[in-house]
Design a protein around this ligand. Structure first.
Ligand code: DOR
Length: 382
């Protein structure tokens, strides 16, 4: 039995076309004509798009289930339109060996309601220095390597990581923060480590993805590295596009920046210097947040925040937003390209109502933690 989704605007190969799509057994099927017994669902002219892909989420399991679990985090992802999320390794135990990674994979198999692809750590115990992980041993089961939450502080250790990853075609994720510098100048801390990692990327030719780029200097540095041919990609977060330190006082790493930085991020999106939008979904309990934990939940608000900011306010085409939130992040990590929506592909589809106006109510989020500074904000698109 097929299900026909009719009367939709369907995103295929970079643009929207009116039409229908057929799904059978969880996969996109050749359309043809509905037959007796098939189900027909009228989508009322709404947009049907390939599921969003988030290359940067914190699902907190194993280790911190009071903040989030694979079950609640992936429920939040599904509600936000994500069909694939990539989980950062600041966990307990940190996924630094196949055995510790296995604990996470087991929970994912048991509880995840969307596809979850984990990262391995770069350093043992995610200490940011000391011993590197066995990249080859972890590679078959991870999408990349990251010490997110802290930068790899030792330049020598990061250089060795680049050397290994360049030989094996693996991707390194950079949380750019010089932690000796960040206590007194977080801007300099991001810029210094960004430039160091970009240099190593060009020098070794290993794939680098820069997480949560937030300063105009970092955007410029990425642009120059791309011009020079370095195999680098980068992401920005919805919150660094939406807030500035003047509009919101909220602890997050990297911190909220200045209006000029937001302009640089938007310009970076227009110019293609910025490849992707990723949430850095970082759940914390109310108590942990009150005690100074950095970060905010973001999976359930990301699309609406970005649609409102970039498309409604800045005139960015919806097709470009779709690329930033789905096809480009999938490409960065070598995941299946959903852009074609061709028969045989997993039916990772999301229905988007661009006319919806809604007000964020943190209490109603599916995420276990409610640390959303968008609470009370009216947004467009759902
Ligand atoms: O604000 C943040 N929170 N930034 C990070 O890089 C890590 C994250 C977390 O794990 O809570």
């Amino acid at each position: 039995m097929k299900t026909f989704y009719t009367n939709a605007k369907i995103f295929r190969n970079g643009r929207f076309e009116p039409g229908l799509i057929a799904v059978e057994g969880g996969r996109i099927a050749a359309a043809g004509e509905p037959r007796p017994g098939d189900r027909v669902v009228d989508l009322g002219g709404r947009h049907l798009v390939p599921g969003l892909v988030d290359v940067h989420v914190h699902l907190r399991e194993p280790g911190f289930p009071q903040k989030e679990t694979i079950a609640t985090g992936t429920a939040a992802a599904a509600r936000g339109g994500y069909t694939t999320v990539c989980s950062m390794p600041n966990l307990n135990p940190a996924p630094d060996t196949p055995a510790t990674l296995g604990e996470q994979l087991e929970i994912i198999r048991r509880d995840a309601v969307v596809r979850v692809k984990p990262y391995g750590t770069i350093t043992m115990g995610q200490r940011g220095c000391g011993e590197l992980v066995d990249f080859a041993a972890l590679a078959p089961q991870v999408v990349g390597f990251s010490d997110d939450g802290r930068g790899v502080q030792s330049a020598a250790v990061m250089a060795k990581a680049f050397a290994v990853c360049s030989q094996r075609g693996l991707t390194l994720m950079s949380h750019a923060e010089d932690m000796d510098v960040s206590p007194w100048d977080y801007r300099l801390a991001e810029n210094l480590e960004t430039v160091r990692n970009l240099h190593l990327c060009g020098y070794y030719g290993a794939r680098l993805h820069l997480c949560h780029v937030s300063t105009k200097e970092a955007v410029e540095a990425v642009q120059q590295a791309k011009w020079a041919g370095a195999p680098v990609t980068c992401e920005v977060t919805p919150h660094h596009l939406w807030f500035t330190r003047d509009t919101l006082d909220y602890r997050v790493n990297p911190p909220l920046r200045e209006a000029a930085d937001v302009e640089a991020l938007v310009e970076g999106i227009r110019l293609g210097v910025v490849d992707a939008i990723a949430t850095d979904h970082a759940p914390h309990t109310a108590g942990e947040k009150a005690a100074g934990a950095a970060g905010m939940v973001g999976l359930e608000t990301a699309f609406a925040v970005c649609y409102t900011k970039l498309c409604v306010q800045q005139g960015l085409p919806l097709a470009r937003l779709q690329e930033l939130m789905s096809t480009a992040p999938a490409a960065i990590l070598g995941l299946e390209n959903k852009g074609g929506l061709a028969p045989g592909m997993d039916a990772d589809l999301v229905l988007v109502d661009l006319h919806a106006r809604w007000t964020v109510d943190a209490a109603r989020l599916h995420s276990k933690s409610k640390n959303s500074p968008y609470h009370g904000q009216e947004l467009r698109g759902q």
